[in-house]
Design a protein around this ligand. Structure first.
Ligand SMILES: Cc1cc2nc3c(=O)[nH]c(=O)nc-3n(C[C@H](O)[C@H](O)[C@H](O)COP(=O)(O)OP(=O)(O)OC[C@H]3O[C@@H](n4cnc5c(N)ncnc54)[C@H](O)[C@@H]3O)c2cc1C
Length: 92
């Protein structure tokens, strides 16, 4: 991923517009797959709904539909994967 701060990159395989959780995830996974990615935002990363989020990842409650529980479990496991992959980022 091209990380040039506020300096625009002149070339990339993919340009992702919007650095909220969705755009950041798309850009991250494309870059992880080998693409040269530029992630753009009209403001700052996380300046939209993502920055206001409570950051809760619910694992579901008793009585929830099986499909919902499966989806939530997969999302939670994905979050743990990201935590491992990005360990140390944002510290210091
Ligand atoms: C108060 C609150 C609490 C929440 N709590 C939770 C929670 O606990 N758990 C949960 O799962 N979800 C929660 N949500 C929902 C969650 O925050 C959103 O679903 C999620 O953040 C949306 O992410 P996004 O990337 O789609 O949008 P955004 O985070 O809004 O990102 C869009 C980005 O695009 C940029 N942008 C827009 N237009 C342009 C343009 N023309 N050019 C360049 N950039 C542009 C914006 O600046 C912004 O940074 C909450 C939402 C709110 C409001």
């Amino acid at each position: 991923m091209t990380m040039a701060g506020n300096v625009p990159s002149t070339s990339a395989d993919v340009m992702v517009v919007g650095a909220g959780i969705v755009g950041a995830s798309v850009a991250y996974h494309l870059a992880r797959g080998g693409a040269d990615v530029v992630l753009l935002d009209r403001s700052l990363p996380g300046a939209g709904a993502t920055g206001d989020s409570f950051a809760w990842i619910g694992r579901g409650t008793a009585g929830a539909a099986p499909e919902q529980l499966l989806l939530r479990r997969n999302v939670f496991e994905d979050y743990l994967r990201l935590e491992r992959e990005l360990a140390g980022m944002g510290e210091g």
